[in-house]
Design a binder for this molecule. Sequence first.
Ligand code: ADP
Ligand code: MG
Length: 334
Amino acid sequence: MANLLELRNVSKTYTQGIINPKSTVALQDISLTLKEDKPTIMTVAGESGSGKTTLAMLLLGFITPTTGQIIYRGKDITQLTGEDKLAFRREVQAVFQDPFAVFNPFYTVDHLLTVPIKKFKLAKTKAQARDKMDEALTAVGLRSEDVLGRFPHQLSGGQRQRINVARALLLKPRLLVADEPVSMVDASLRASILETLRNLQRDHGVSIIYITHDLTTAYHIAKSIIVLYRGGVMEAGNVDEVIKSPQHPYTRLLVDSIPWPNLNQRWGTDTIKARETGGSATGCPFRSRCPVAMDKCAVQPPLFQMHKTQAAACYLHEANPKIAAERLSELLPV
Ligand code: ADP
Ligand code: MG
């Protein structure tokens, strides 16, 4: 079975400053696989500063890994040229947090949707272009007559975010990278936008990487989850198992801070500090905050697999078999 996307031991370190350069490890040794013929919704969860947007930017090819490779349909995305590059740009789409960010305030919604149609030559005639727009808008639960011809400020936040999704959908993507797509949308509209994303996966065969700092939305939308802390995978597996029965002390802390059944609660609005290189970059990144930290946590724990579909990078589980970081995807349900 061919892979749609593969991350092989991807790390990203940002270096800032020339005279006194400071390095930040934003992402460390992440491996993931999405299968071509099994569209799924995978959540990447973590507090602010845990490396989620860095992962999104890497997946989209906006930044390059410091080490490791990102392979899209068999080819390293940093090496893509010509047709392959164009196909990647079309097939991997993004929806970002700020529904305003991609809108130019002086252009109407029509313009926003027409640009990709022209750029990727998706229609031969005006009528065909209009049909494509109608189709994409319908798929996200909007009616053309309600939104076409309008300026961004004449739309609600929920409508704007739906238009962003429609814009991505026009291109018939295979993968949608959604970086906190509902965190700036009114709570009352969140559920319906998430439902729209789920329909894309179910009815249009789009795989979705759903990035969030909100475990409750992850629980509702995703099949699998990867929990990041300071750029490292703390726990991963089936979303039900991980949220109902978290095994890593960090995931437990996150789950305990959700006052169920208040589904709109968020956690971790303070940015956690990323790892700076040097002594502190080794060992479990969570150990300074961990209530059960042990001496051996000074050495990075591997992932231990406690169930078929759940693993945690924590010595509390060292009685279980280890699973190599590269094989993480094998335990994620699709
Ligand atoms: P998240 O999306 O989970 O909040 P980010 O990926 O934005 O996390 O950031 C991860 C870490 O990398 C943070 O410590 C952040 O300050 C740092 N970082 C992100 N982008 C840059 C950049 N362009 N230059 C330097 N450091 C960055
Ligand atoms: Mg972010």
